[in-house]
Design a protein around this ligand. Structure first.
Ligand code: HEC
Ligand code: HEC
Ligand code: HEC
Ligand code: HEC
Ligand code: HEC
Length: 215
C-alpha cells in the first residue's frame, strides 16, 4: 500500500474514534440530570416552599400564563427580606449576647442578605448607596434547553400537570438541581401516553410533530 493511502486510513480511524468519543461524552443540556450549580445566593426551596409554605407561583409567576416560568426579581425577595436580614437563629443569638453584655441589639445582616441588598444598590441599613450600581442577581440556570428545542409552560399547566412531574420534589431541595432527564424521549413518551389516557380526566392533543418542539 502506498504511504499516502496508509496516512489517510490512519486519519480516518482517528476521526472515527474522535466522533465516537464525542457521541459518548456529549450531553445535551436536557439530559443533565443531577446538575446542581452553585448559585450567587444559597437559596433553599425547602425553607421557602415547605417551612414557609410560599406558593411556587409567588416567585415563578409565568408558569401558568406564559412560555417561561420566570425568575423572581429581587424586590419579590425584599417583601420579606426588608425585615428578615439574617437567619432567625443568628438574630436570637445576638439578642442573647446583647442581653448578657447589657448593650443594644445590633442589626445582623447575613452574607446572603448582603448580596441581595447590594444587588439593589442598598447598604446594610437599606439606604441607597450611590457607590453601588444595582444589578440583577445572576442566578445560574439549572434547566435550560438549547435554542432548537421549544418548551411552553402554559400548555402543561392548562391541563393541571404539576411542576414536580418535570422538576421533581423541588419543595424538598436544599439546593436546586435538575432532578431528571428532560430529553426528547421523555417529552415524546408523555405526549403519547397523554393522548392515549388523557390527563386528569381530560382528553388532550399533545403534539408529536417535530415542528411543535423544534421551530
Ligand atoms: C414533544 C417535544 C418534541 C418533539 C415532538 C420532537 N422533539 Fe426532538 N427534541 C426535543 C427535546 C426536548 C430535545 C433535546 C433537548 C435537550 O436534551 O437538551 C430534542 C432533541 C432533538 C435532536 C438532537 C439530538 C437528540 O436526539 O437529542 C434532534 C436531531 C431532534 N430532536 C429531532 C426531532 C425530530 C426529527 C422530530 C420529529 C420526528 C422531533 N425531534 C420531535 C423535543 C421534541
Ligand atoms: C412538562 C414539564 C414541565 C412542567 C410541568 C413544568 N416545567 Fe418548568 N421547565 C421545564 C423545561 C423543559 C424547562 C426548560 C425550558 C427552556 O429552557 O426553554 C423549564 C424551565 C423552568 C424554569 C426556568 C426557566 C423559566 O421558564 O423561567 C423555571 C423557574 C421553572 N421551569 C419552574 C416551573 C414551575 C414553578 C412549574 C409549575 C408551576 C413548572 N416549571 C412546570 C419543564 C416543565
Ligand atoms: C414570604 C417571605 C419570604 C420571601 C418572599 C423570601 N424569603 Fe427568604 N426567608 C424568609 C424567612 C422568614 C427566612 C428566615 C428563616 C429562618 O432562618 O428561620 C428566610 C431565609 C432566607 C435565607 C437564609 C437566611 C440567610 O440570611 O442567609 C436566604 C438566603 C433567603 N431567605 C433568600 C431569599 C431570596 C433570594 C428570596 C427571593 C427569591 C427570598 N428569600 C424570598 C422569608 C422569605
Ligand atoms: C421565594 C421564591 C421562590 C419560591 C416560592 C419558589 N422558587 Fe423556584 N427558584 C427561586 C429562585 C431564587 C431560583 C434560582 C436559584 C436556584 O436555582 O436555587 C429558583 C429556581 C427554580 C428552578 C430552576 C430553574 C432553572 O432552570 O434555572 C425551578 C425548576 C424551580 N425554581 C421550581 C420551583 C417550584 C416547583 C416551586 C414550588 C414548589 C418553587 N420553585 C418555589 C425562587 C423561588
Ligand atoms: C406529563 C406529561 C408531559 C410531559 C412530560 C411533557 N408534555 Fe408537552 N404536553 C403535554 C400535554 C398533555 C400537552 C397538550 C395539552 C393540551 O391538549 O392542551 C402538551 C403540549 C405541549 C406543547 C404544545 C404543543 C402544541 O400542541 O402546540 C409543547 C410545545 C410541548 N408540550 C412540549 C414539551 C416538551 C419539549 C417536553 C419535554 C421537556 C414536554 N412537552 C413534556 C404533556 C406533557
Amino acid at each position: 500500500m502506498p504511504a499516502r493511502t496508509l496516512g489517510l486510513a490512519a486519519i480516518s480511524v482517528a476521526a472515527l474514534a474522535l466522533l465516537v468519543w464525542v457521541l459518548v461524552h456529549w450531553r445535551l443540556p436536557g439530559n443533565d440530570a443531577g446538575y446542581t450549580p452553585v448559585q450567587p445566593i444559597a437559596f433553599s426551596h425547602r425553607l421557602h416552599s415547605t417551612d414557609l409554605q410560599i406558593n411556587c407561583l409567588y416567585c415563578h409567576a409565568g408558569a401558568n400564563t406564559a412560555r417561561y416560568a420566570g425568575m423572581p426579581a429581587a424586590n419579590v425577595c425584599m417583601n420579606c427580606h426588608r425585615f428578615v436580614a439574617a437567619p432567625t437563629q443568628a438574630v436570637k443569638d445576638e439578642q442573647w449576647r446583647a442581653a448578657r453584655e447589657g448593650r443594644d441589639v445590633r442589626r445582623i445582616v447575613s452574607d446572603a442578605m448582603r448580596t441581595l441588598y447590594r444587588a439593589q444598590g442598598l447598604d446594610d441599613a437599606l439606604r441607597p448607596d450611590p457607590k453601588i450600581t444595582p444589578q440583577p442577581i445572576a442566578w445560574v440556570r439549572v434547566t435550560q434547553f438549547p435554542d432548537f428545542a421549544y418548551f411552553d409552560h402554559r400548555a402543561h399547566s392548562r391541563v393541571g400537570i404539576e411542576c414536580q412531574r418535570c422538576h421533581g420534589e423541588v419543595q424538598t431541595f436544599e439546593r436546586t438541581r435538575q432532578d431528571q432527564s428532560l430529553s426528547m424521549g421523555s417529552c415524546v413518551a408523555c405526549h403519547r401516553e397523554s393522548n392515549r389516557q388523557g390527563v386528569n380526566g381530560m382528553a388532550v392533543q399533545a403534539s408529536l410533530d417535530c415542528v411543535s418542539c423544534h421551530r
